[in-house]
Each structure stands twice: as structure tokens, then as C-alpha cells.
Design a binder for this molecule. Structure first.
Ligand SMILES: [Zn+2]
Ligand SMILES: [Zn+2]
Length: 144
């Protein structure tokens, strides 16, 4: 999946005339090939293995770029980043985070769950983005 997302990102940058720079490519490769979410510092550390002495702002700007363009999501409650494996870009994200093994599963709902949407509508509030994070135990950890 790491390769697919890189191809998609390369096309996306070309279409939108964004630069597909080496730090951007490597940062996206690092985040998308990791099974668990990575903190910014871990990304920087891994980047140091492919690019000589990367400056922290270089890594952080690349992370920000992919986040703004919805190729990666930030998981607020654990302050880490994960690649989006949906075939399209979306506004809202929902994650199930296992507190035992750190495994993260994204639920690809493009809409807000109905009770939340109803509540927003009732308050004539227009949601533009959202991030739902559900903590618990994954199936693997529960069956141990
Ligand atoms: Zn996503
Ligand atoms: Zn688990």
C-alpha cells in the first residue's frame, strides 16, 4: 500500500503543481510503510537514515503538507500520524485505537454518524472537518 499511495501522491502533486520533493516523498514513504502511527520525532529519526542530517523543520513541513492534503491523518490523542488508506480524500476521520498494542484502524465513514449529524443540524451548525478517536482493545489483544 505504501507504493500505491506514493503513486497517487505523485500524480496529485503533478496535477496541482505542487513540488514532489525528496523530503516529501520520504516522509510519506516512512509514514505509509509503518504499521503503527508515528510521532513527528520518529519520522525525523527515520528520515535521517535516508537523507543526510535532515533539519527538523524540513520533516515537520513535509508532514504538514501531507496532512493538509489529506494523505495522512493526525491522531490527536496520541500525537502521531498515520497514512490514510482510503482511495479518496475526505474531510472527517474516525479511528479505533488499541491501547494495548497501539494498532490503529480507520473507519472510512465519509459522513458524520447520524446522531452527531442530527445534533449539528438542530444547532444549525455546519461541520467542515472532524476527528473521532475511540480507544479500547483490538480483537487480537482481547483474545490473548
Ligand atoms: Zn482517511
Ligand atoms: Zn491490540
Amino acid at each position: 500500500m505504501s507504493k500505491a499511495i506514493l503513486t497517487k501522491a505523485a500524480n496529485y502533486c503533478e496535477t496541482n503543481k505542487y513540488r514532489f520533493t525528496e523530503p516529501r516523498v520520504e516522509v510519506l514513504r516512512i509514514i505509509s510503510s509503518s504499521k503503527t502511527p508515528l510521532g513527528a520525532y520518529e519520522v525525523l529519526e527515520k528520515l535521517g537514515k535516508v537523507i543526510k542530517n535532515p533539519k527538523p523543520p524540513t520533516a515537520y513541513r513535509a508532514i504538514e503538507f501531507w496532512q493538509e492534503n489529506h494523505f495522512i491523518h493526525r491522531i490527536e490523542s496520541i500525537n502521531a500520524y498515520i497514512a490514510c488508506d482510503a482511495g479518496h480524500r475526505h474531510k472527517g476521520s474516525q479511528f479505533m485505537i488499541c491501547d494495548d498494542c497501539g494498532d490503529v484502524t480507520e473507519a472510512h465513514l465519509c459522513d458524520l454518524p447520524k446522531p452527531l449529524k442530527d445534533s449539528a443540524t438542530k444547532n444549525t451548525f455546519t461541520p467542515s472537518r472532524w476527528n473521532l478517536e475511540i480507544h479500547g482493545q483490538c480483537r487480537k489483544c482481547l483474545s490473548i
